[in-house]
Design a protein around this ligand. Structure first.
Ligand code: ADP
Length: 231
């Protein structure tokens, strides 16, 4: 599903954010990306949705080499994946339903198909009863569930989540994890960057630990971190 071969990323200020990393992620996996601040997690995540382009090496997602695709093709690629951010990025003037429907409308799907897909996605995240509410009428956890519904409405093969629980309390974070696990169970590969030691310890999933731009540990059964370790 994802294959990085000898990937380096050097920003314009000569900062080497990733240094010759190689990693394979199979279809259907759920992978945590952890590490100290500045370790390269966001850069890794950004390469996967082609927000940034690798300086060296190859980034293949579902057979497509993201180091080679043109900017025009990037938009087409992004429609095939889902991305979730720490700050939800919902449109404040649209209801939960409209936020999820928006991307489908832009791409010209018919009203009936949109309605079915949006309701299915909101059902999966458990928010069908709040679909007419605006973001400011929803809790942080509910807003993140709308953002997840929006990310999965087209049934992407890959869902990328960059600190999705970063703004949420531990109990709400757990509910977000349950939603992401359900999405994964239905066949979507999930790659999630996180600082949350408890989430990583509780679910024992494959964990890539980044430090100084390299992957220092790839724990297939999940890493175990102590409270005094800063991720
Ligand atoms: P993390 O997500 O683990 O905190 P990042 O991938 O954001 O790490 O950053 C890795 C390194 O690259 C850091 O030293 C950071 O300062 C640097 N960096 C990140 N983004 C940029 C950028 N757009 N321009 C220059 N340097 C950057």
């Amino acid at each position: 599903m994802i294959k990085l071969s000898n990937v380096s990323k050097i920003y314009k200020n000569h900062m080497k954010a990733l240094n010759d990393i190689s990693v394979d992620i199979q279809e259907g996996e759920f992978v945590y990306v952890v590490g100290h601040s500045g370790a390269g997690k966001s850069t890794f995540i950004k390469l996967l949705y082609r927000e940034e382009r690798a300086t060296q090496g190859h980034v293949l997602v579902d057979g497509l080499d993201l180091t080679k695709v043109t900017n025009r093709r990037v938009h087409k690629y992004r429609r095939t994946i889902g991305v979730v951010f720490q700050d939800f990025k919902l449109l404040p003037n649209l209801t939960a339903y409209e936020n999820v429907a928006y991307a489908l409308e832009v791409h010209g799907e018919d009203a009936q198909t949109i309605n079915t897909k949006v309701k299915e996605a909101l059902e999966l995240v458990g928010l069908i009863d709040k679909m007419k509410q605006f973001p400011d009428q929803l809790s942080g956890g509910e807003q993140q569930r709308v953002a997840i519904a929006r990310a999965i409405v087209n049934k992407p093969k890959l869902l990328i989540a960059d600190e999705p629980t970063g703004n949420l309390d531990p109990v709400t974070s757990q509910t977000i994890m349950e939603v992401l696990e359900e999405v994964n169970k239905r066949g979507t590969t999930v790659v999630m960057a996180t600082h949350d030691i408890h989430l990583v310890n509780e679910s024992r999933k494959r964990t890539l630990t980044f430090e100084n731009g390299v992957i220092i540990n790839d724990a297939q059964e999940g890493g175990y971190f102590y409270d005094d370790e800063v991720l």
